[in-house]
Ligand binder design. Structure first.
Ligand code: SF4
Ligand code: SF4
Length: 379
């Protein structure tokens, strides 16, 4: 199991408490973005595209803590930008641990080893480093547009694991992903000792410079079915199994964007982590003023039609787990039959071996010469 029992218990009692209070919309994970600047410049990133005067800004610590208290979610994810560049990150983590929040400090891990050696953090069951890893060495370095990043991140992960920290990985998959390579990557991550892995398809941010490589629904289901069927026993996921089934196409869910609200230097982001349709000053105002029926697939909103991102759909899966007999049964089944045997998906996976993958693959399919094909095959 990729999620510790104490965390599962906290989340279960929180969700049941919300149900008993008949709260229809409640937050599960606060996405607290303390800054947008980063020490990488990944092609798919919608955060680092802000102008320089915004990238320089840091969220005041008091504002961050006020947002945590106001929101009340049992888990706080700290993405960015790169949170290890945030000048108050140590105080922020200390305060969150005092409040017994389960923290996912999302980092590219370039600075992780150095900061751990400097004694910035203490191991705690509440603190997990969630390391951004986009695949094995070549795929990761390509995705983050810098060579050597994979090795640096692995050094950081090993150091954190050795020091007794909780470490998870978060991986965003794009069009052209090689499913066999992802399965190889899962093996590598289990070998370095991470507690669990998280995966999600990417979302086509209109700010991201590379718009051609985002996944669409059918492709997403097909890819995740190949990756997550016929699982190896040793793979552990720090995610709701029902959300993974949704990615594999065996469940239909609707988005619950209020489950992962976002707070940053501008305020509470409307309506979700991915879309930016203005900001409000309080969480209550966010819940009360967004026209929630205008989002999600059923709404017909074109921005939501292809979205299957974890921040919209994982809270739905968690809510389903605790709100119906079907959800509880689904989780029990997922724990008992966690291999997801699927011979047809296994055959499709086999057919993918040796095919060109990566961003150049579509050019190869269009017949742009053997030279390109060699390069894509080698990538
Ligand atoms: S590491 Fe994360 S925040 Fe930094 S550029 Fe890459 S995607 Fe953006
Ligand atoms: S479907 Fe995606 S883009 Fe639309 S509201 Fe939900 S999380 Fe946001």
């Amino acid at each position: 199991m990729g999620v510790p029992i104490s965390q599962m218990w906290t989340v279960a009692s929180y969700v049941i408490g919300q149900k008993l209070r008949r709260r229809r919309r409640y937050p599960l994970v606060l996405m607290l973005e303390p800054l947008f600047r980063c020490n990488l410049a990944c092609a798919g990133c919608g955060k680092i595209q802000y102008p320089a005067h915004i990238l320089k800004r840091d969220l005041p610590l008091e504002d961050a803590l006020r947002a945590v208290d106001e929101c009340g979610a049992p888990m706080v994810s700290i993405p960015g930008g790169e949170p290890l560049l945030y000048p108050h990150i140590r105080e922020l983590v200390d305060e969150l641990v005092k409040r017994r929040k389960y923290i996912y400090l999302c980092t590219n891990a370039i600075l992780l080893k150095e900061k751990l050696e400097e004694g910035w953090f203490k191991p705690s069951k509440y603190l997990s480093f969630s390391v951004h890893m986009d695949g094995r060495r070549d795929e990761h370095d390509f995705a983050v547009c810098r060579e050597g990043t994979y090795d640096k991140a692995i050094e950081g992960i090993r150091k954190a694991v050795d020091m007794g920290f909780r470490v998870t990985t978060n991986t965003t998959l794009f069009e052209g992903t090689d499913p066999n390579a992802v399965r190889g990557f899962f093996d590598e991550m289990m070998d370095v000792g991470v507690e669990g892995m998280m995966v999600s398809p990417g979302y086509a941010y209109d700010k991201a410079p590379d718009q051609s490589n985002f996944l669409h629904r059918k492709t997403t289901n097909n890819l995740f079915e190949m990756i997550l069927s016929n699982r190896k026993k040793r793979w552990k996921f720090n995610q709701s199994p029902l959300f993974l089934e949704f990615l594999m196409g065996s469940r239909e869910y609707e988005c619950t964007p209020w489950g992962n609200p976002t707070y940053n230097i501008f305020g509470w982001q409307r309506p979700c982590y991915l879309l930016q349709e203005g900001y409000v000053d309080t969480f209550k105002e966010l819940l009360d003023t967004v026209d929630w029926d205008g989002y999600g697939r059923a709404s017909g909103n074109p921005q939501c039609q292809d979205c299957m991102v974890h921040c919209g759909y994982e809270p739905t899966a968690v809510d389903h787990t605790f709100s119906s007999f079907g959800g509880i049964l689904g989780n029990i089944k997922a724990m008992l039959f966690n291999r997801y045997a699927n011979p047809a998906a296994g055959r499709r996976l086999k057919e993918e071996e040796g095919k060109p993958h990566g961003p150049m693959a579509h050019l190869v399919q269009l017949g742009y010469g053997s030279e390109l094909k060699d390069k894509a095959g080698a990538a």
